[in-house]
Design a protein around this ligand. Structure first.
Ligand SMILES: [Zn+2]
Length: 424
């Protein structure tokens, strides 16, 4: 064989594997390897998968050339397509994290070679390229402290979502670049925690809320699966978060409050008072408890599941709430598993109907997205965030294995930490 030909074949062979030659971590391999089997077992189907694919195509179409997903100016990225539904621009880091989590949920990492035709433009979606650009943009926002910094006054939401995305994408690819960024992000997350407690909008803010804390816990869980960060510190943070949720849990109803026990409906004045309330904090609290190692048979988990099946997803009127649906699906699916009667008698059917019927269809550029104007929290992250959340909810069947998260040491709350109201 002539030298140039050998060199050509060698170059071809080299280009057939990712440059870093890494593999997905074991805790993430199922998203590609077992996806179909898990989908079927959990009750997903061709319609839910088509909704995921259309949602990801919409996200890919509206990614900015720089790699971010902008809650306000996303339509510019699609050539001023006219898609409405702006959110608040300060959430660009968090919303980019959510979009990247939606890709990760379906197993699409930065090294993916999968591609498909965009159903609106007919152009080829090279999913790995979208993911790589998004991660590179996120990493570029990271400060020396490890904080993913997009500005705004709710930085812990954005930071936690970005960190979770970086951890999951490291897990999917084994890429050292994402690992460095994820480790720094987890370092900042741990440093930003209220000592002995949980999290609020800013670093060491002094008080805590269940909603921000649930996103921080999702990042910590992704870190545990990817063996990122100091395990002792990560587990201590999970235990602290669980203690806070305990303090927010009503002992009779097992409903979880936002800041404290029984503190009622969470609203943003002038934005969403007219929407119906849902037990989103109860669902988020269940996820925190489960990720911190609480047994599925515990009273708060069993009672919480009963609360969740009494308020199923419905895409009608002022009940629409993508944030609740995301927490709801995780809380119920992770504690009861894909084959439970809770999941199969009505809950999964309600989820599928709510999400597939409310997704935009047709030939236009909106296809694959969800309308934020009818969503309870749509004003914040806009069409990009609502779409990313709903895609993640539809990935519930295979995103996580239901057995994950039970191995954290079921320790006592840390001594010396702040008291969260009455102790239970
Ligand atoms: Zn558009």
């Amino acid at each position: 064989m002539k030298g140039w030909m050998r060199a050509g074949i060698a170059a071809l062979a080299a280009s057939a594997v990712p440059a870093w030659g890494e593999e997905p971590l074991p805790a993430y391999a199922h998203r590609n390897r077992d996806r179909e089997e898990m989908l079927t077992r959990g009750g997903g189907d061709a319609a839910t998968e088509a909704a995921v694919q259309d949602g990801l195509s919409w996200l890919a179409r509206h990614q900015s050339p720089r790699g971010s997903w902008n809650p306000e100016t996303f339509a510019d990225a699609a050539g001023d397509c006219g898609c409405a539904g702006s959110g608040e621009p300060e959430h660009a880091v968090g919303v980019t994290g959510l979009a990247l989590l939606a890709f990760a949920g379906a197993g699409h990492g930065s090294d993916s070679r999968r591609e498909w035709k965009d159903p609106v433009t007919g152009e080829t979606v090279r999913v790995g390229e979208h993911v790589r650009r998004g991660l590179a943009w996120l990493a570029g926002t990271q400060r020396q402290s490890g904080q993913f910094d997009g500005g705004g006054n709710r930085l812990m939401y954005s930071h936690a979502m970005a960190t979770a995305a970086m951890c999951e994408h490291y897990g999917l690819t084994g890429d050292a670049e994402w690992k460095r960024s994820a480790e720094a992000g987890i370092g900042f997350l741990l440093a930003a925690r209220n000592p002995g407690g949980a999290w609020r909008y800013t670093s060491r803010a002094g008080d805590n809320d269940v909603s921000v804390t649930s996103w921080c816990v999702q990042a910590l869980h992704a870190a545990r699966l990817g063996e990122i960060g100091d395990r002792v510190q990560v587990d201590a943070a999970l235990t602290g978060a669980r203690s806070f949720v305990r303090a927010c849990t009503d002992e009779r109803t097992f409903l979880v409050g936002y800041h404290a026990r029984g503190d009622g409906k969470v609203i943003t004045t002038g934005k969403n008072e007219e929407w119906e309330g849902h037990p989103a904090m109860t669902a988020a609290g269940m996820v925190i408890r489960l990720r911190a190692g609480e047994a599925r048979e515990s009273r708060p988990i069993v009672a919480g599941a009963k609360v969740l099946v009494s308020d199923l997803p419905v895409a009608a009127g002022k009940k629409i709430d993508a944030y609740y649906w995301y927490c709801w699906a995780q809380g119920l699916y992770l504690c009861k598993g894909p084959t439970s009667k809770y999941w199969n008698r009505g809950a999964n059917g309600a989820l599928k109907a709510a999400l597939t019927h409310s997704q935009e269809a047709g030939e236009g550029c909106l296809r694959g997205s969800w309308n934020p104007a009818v969503d309870r929290w749509g004003f914040a992250g806009g069409r990009v965030a609502v779409t990313a959340l709903n895609v993640m909810t539809l990935e519930i069947y295979y995103r996580h294995r239901p057995s994950e998260g039970a191995e954290v040491e079921d320790g006592e709350p840390e001594p010396g930490g702040p008291k969260f109201g009455q102790d239970d």
